[in-house]
Design a protein around this ligand. Structure first.
Ligand SMILES: Nc1ncnc2c1ncn2[C@@H]1O[C@H](COP(=O)(O)OP(=O)(O)OP(=O)(O)O)[C@@H](O)[C@H]1O
Ligand SMILES: [Mg+2]
Length: 363
């Protein structure tokens, strides 16, 4: 193999940037490869609420200019130095389905998939960007000589919007990736058995099943961490801002009499979480019985998973073994940051996953 000097020089500028534009906040993570190790250079998050005139922690729906403004602010606050960014596309703006096709067409997928995709995509095919991956021919589920193809479609308008946001904020785009794939890359270790990944955002929770590194199933549950804040605010008769502050400070563990109604606070959170956890249990059970295969673990990610006491509470309600995502463990940082990074980790899974892919691509 020829020795390539250019790879040497690239190492000088091997920093990469992952940008996750969520509905409630933007997260940025800058990583660098040095001597074969992945270093965390900087990270930061900024709430979008204030740009939309709503409280911190709430989901927003903002025009591109406002999002670009927030992105610029977080880039400055976090001292980001990389301009070439990898961006996530929200799961809700994408369409993911599994096509079952005869194995005989495997060599003609470029022709067959766009035609087949029309059956699954509710808009004209020329309005979307299509991508696909063969996810295998599982002999257990498909004994009939069929292959399964994971189809991914993103509307052109969505891509255009995120391109505008990036360029308004002074960034160039290395690639776009649907957040499912980024979250899974950052939240999971390599494994074969099916694993569930649950991304708890502000307004919604996303549920994915990953098997042999491939996404087998995904859907959205319309319950998110802002629902905890809103119900605590109602139950305790305090402002949404106050409830959000208490949620982040005490979580399910307000037991030290620091606030007047701490027991009520934890109770309102568990009341709000309970239907979500039941739905997760049911979804897992349904998947397991349909494929006659057990899900080995459930990994919680997203800002909502940062709730103090969440892991223990979820474990008490769900028979599958539950873990918290620890995406920063895939990079190195000064030891004194260890605890902070473990706690903040779940919120940054998508941004870390984007940056990790970029580092992989740069070799
Ligand atoms: N320490 C914490 N404890 C409890 N909840 C938290 C904590 N930190 C953030 N949250 C909550 O997590 C939610 C935001 O999570 P996240 O940043 O993953 O959402 P998002 O990416 O903006 O949303 P989405 O993925 O749905 O677009 C907010 O509702 C916020 O209140
Ligand atoms: Mg998110």
């Amino acid at each position: 193999m020829a020795f390539n000097l250019s790879t040497f020089f690239q190492k000088e500028s091997s920093s990469v940037l992952g940008v996750d534009i969520g509905t409630s906040s933007i997260k940025v993570v800058q990583l660098k490869r040095e001597h074969g190790r992945v270093l965390l250079e900087t990270y930061g998050a900024i709430a979008l609420g204030p740009y939309a005139g709503v409280e911190i922690g709430r989901a927003t729906s903002l025009p591109a200019e406002k999002i670009a403004e927030a992105l610029k602010d977080v880039i400055r606050e976090a001292n980001v130095t990389v301009q070439n960014a990898s961006l996530s596309i929200p799961y809700a703006s994408s369409l993911i389905s599994i096509l079952k096709l005869p194995a005989s067409v495997e060599k003609q997928l470029a022709q067959v998939v766009p035609i087949e995709a029309r059956k699954y995509i509710p808009v004209p095919i020329n309005e979307v960007m299509l991508d696909w991956f063969v996810v295998g021919a599982d002999s257990k589920t498909e004994p009939t000589g069929k292959i399964e193809v994971l189809l991914v479609a993103i509307h052109n308008d969505t891509i255009a919007k995120f391109r505008d946001i990036a360029s308004d904020a002074g960034l160039t785009v290395a690639f776009f990736e649907i957040e499912v794939f980024s979250a899974v890359r950052a939240a999971l270790e390599h494994g074969i058995a099916p694993v569930a990944v649950v991304d708890m955002g502000a307004a919604t929770t996303k549920f994915y099943v990953v098997e042999r590194g491939l996404i087998r199933e995904s859907h959205i549950i319309s319950h998110g961490s802002q629902d905890l804040t809103l119900s605590a605010s109602r139950a305790l008769g305090v402002s949404v801002t106050q409830a959000e502050e208490w949620k982040r400070k005490f979580g399910l563990g307000a037991t030290d009499n620091t606030i007047p109604a701490e027991a009520k606070l934890a109770e309102s959170f568990t009341l709000s979480l309970s239907p979500l956890l039941s739905e997760l249990s049911r979804t897992i059970a349904a998947y397991e019985s349909r494929l006659n295969q057990s899900i080995s673990q459930l990994v919680l990610t997203g800002g909502g998973a940062g709730l103090k006491g969440m892991l223990e509470y979820a474990q008490g309600k769900i028979p599958t073994e539950v873990f918290l995502a620890d995406p920063f463990s895939k990079s190195q940082a000064p030891a004194f940051l260890e605890k902070i990074l473990k706690e903040a980790g779940p919120e940054f899974s998508v941004a870390v996953g984007l940056a990790l892919r970029r580092l992989q691509e740069m070799g």
